[in-house]
Design a protein around this ligand. Structure first.
Ligand code: AMP
Ligand code: MG
Length: 531
């Protein structure tokens, strides 16, 4: 496919044309009523420079890498607006940490317009950190390089892991500084700023519906629901304007199922989003809003990467499935006037649980190399699974290394050869009790594997497709951030390359536990929301 310059083909403004705008375009923060978005221009930055470019996404979009100082690059910095673009910030609300927070909105994200690919797909391009909007509240509308680089890389990492996500096309250094109190300890500092161009079919969130529902504006909830269904859920087979309660109920069920599959994937790879507020939940079931996210190093169900969440651990690894369910219940409340049938919405929520359980169990089976898990009954795999996760918690055990190395275990060997590949997963030398528990579990696992129809090669291949060899651990991103802040993008490019083949072991980033030096270093494990 030929790649064309971003400036060659005009953008479309379908979203803007079909949904009601805030009548005001004056600058300044405000409550916006009876509108889905506000038209707003990005604020130019001092000296845009391209730091990161996703060739893989660019190929899907058919977009050529922009040259330095080109109009295309300026557009990706918000310094120029291209033909067809009518930039806007969306109005949404949200439940933050379990509490209704009122109007939030795109406080620093500005949607540029829609790019149509030659194969007929439509994508929104959105700049994060492009300057103030009516929704900026008390903040500056900007983003720092460290959080932008993390979002850029993790969006692409998630995609290549096979997990639904918004994508990232470019990372542009702004040449401006941004003041942030990174540790929330009263010591704000100037940091380099940056802008990420995020890409998704739609950036509509649960909070888009909640805000209008909270204002009892059912007409606007319906207008947006009709738009989203027609443009994003064409499989529901409806025409704009002919939607009724049954279609809205079906749509809700689809959202529940997509969200369930998404969260099951996060659990498979050990991803912790960190801020699962309803304003960070995509209506398409995509991973969106990469902030203080993290990946499990040692398996710890209560681990949260977000220091703001350290107290309550609401958004810790193990809570994610139930939090997503809670968030879906908030969406159900918001669209309830359209469905007018509590039982139908409850059925959607039940579909969430069913889909999550089924997908999670498929993933666990794949992680263990089994064709499928035995359903509860006789025999039943639930004991094997719960013993495994208890084992992983006995001593600090790396989630990624353990599962990946499990495929290398020769189950018919005798100890210590049998468990030798797994020793790399332990953060400290394995103690006698853990070794005993591991031996017992491996023996039961071996018996179970023998009763599975798959041959060893199939089993191993299945495991290596489910258990990544490469994840974007926080400490790896920190190395790339430090180098990029000095103008060196080598590490960033190396990571961008490695994350495109996460299920293949390479020598570039060896499969290993997080190094000890990174255990307490800022940003290498936990992070604040400051971004
Ligand atoms: P987040 O926790 O990143 O999902 O952000 C929650 C809300 O705060 C969203 O409405 C964001 O747009 C807004 N926000 C976060 N950081 C900034 C910023 N630097 N400037 C303006 N708005 C922001
Ligand atoms: Mg957000």
């Amino acid at each position: 496919m030929t790649h064309i310059d971003l400036t060659t083909r005009p953008f479309d403004d379908h979203f803007v044309r079909h949904l009601p705008a805030d009548p005001s375009t004056r600058p300044g923060v405000r409550q916006v009523h009876e509108a889905i978005y506000s038209l707003v221009q990005p604020t130019p930055v001092a000296a845009p420079r391209l730091l990161g470019w996703s060739d893989s996404l660019a190929a899907e979009l058919g977009i050529a890498r922009p040259a330095p100082d080109s109009p295309a690059l300026l557009a990706l910095a918000g310094n120029t607006v291209l033909p067809g673009m009518r930039p806007y910030a969306a109005c949404y609300g949200g439940h933050q940490f379990g509490h209704w927070a009122g109007q939030l909105g795109d406080g620093r994200a500005i949607n540029l317009g829609e790019w149509l690919t030659t194969d007929g797909k439509r994508y929104e391009l959105q700049l994060k950190g492009a300057g103030p909007t009516p929704y900026s509240r008390r903040a500056d509308g900007r983003a720092v390089l460290r959080s932008s680089l993390r979002e850029f890389l993790c969006s692409e990492a998630m995609h290549h892991l096979g997990i639904p996500t918004s994508r990232a096309l470019s990372l542009v250094a702004s040449g401006d500084t941004v003041i942030r109190d990174m540790f929330y300890d009263g010591h704000p500092e100037a940091e380099p700023g940056a802008i990420v161009c995020r890409v998704a079919p739609s950036f509509v969130r649960f909070g888009h519906f909640e805000i209008h529902a909270s204002r009892a504006d059912t007409a606007l909830v319906k207008h947006l629901a009709d738009y989203v269904i027609t443009t994003q859920f064409p499989e529901l087979g409806t025409e704009f304007g002919t939607l009724g309660p049954a279609v809205y109920a079906h749509w809700f069920t689809r959202i529940c199922q997509r969200t369930a599959r998404l969260v099951a994937h996060w659990m498979r790879v050990g991803f912790v989003h960190g801020v699962l507020n309803t304003d960070n939940m995509s209506i398409l079931g995509l991973t969106i809003d990469y902030g203080p996210y993290g990946w499990l190093d040692g398996y710890e169900p209560g681990w949260t990467p977000n220091t703001t969440d350290a107290e309550g651990r609401r958004y810790c690894f193990a809570n994610q499935p139930q939090i997503a369910h809670w968030n879906l219940a908030r969406l159900a409340q918001a669209i309830a006037p359209l469905v007018d049938d509590a039982a139908a919405l409850d059925a959607g929520l039940a579909a969430y649980s069913e889909t999550f359980n089924a997908t999670h169990s498929e993933h666990l089976a794949a992680k263990l190399g089994l064709a499928r898990l035995a359903r509860p009954g006789h025999p039943d795999d639930s004991a094997l699974i719960s013993e495994l996760f208890a084992l992983l918690q006995r001593q600090e055990t790396d989630y990624t290394v353990f599962f990946r190395r499990l495929a290398d275990v020769d189950l018919s060997a005798t100890e210590p050869a049998r468990s030798a590949p797994l020793m790399a997963a332990y953060y400290a030398p394995i103690n006698a009790e853990t070794q005993h528990a591991l031996d017992g579990w491996l023996t039961r696992y071996h018996a179970r594997v023998l009763s599975d129809p798959s041959d060893p090669t199939t089993r191993r291949a299945r495991m290596n497709r489910a258990n990544p060899a490469f994840i974007l651990r926080n400490y790896l991103a920190v190395g790339a951030i430090e180098a990029a802040s000095r103008g060196d993008t080598g590490e960033l490019e190396k990571l961008l390359h490695a994350l495109q083949n996460p299920y293949t072991e390479t020598d570039t980033y060896k499969l290993q536990c997080r190094p000890e030096w990174a255990r307490h270093k800022a940003g290498c494990s936990a992070l604040s929301c400051s971004s």
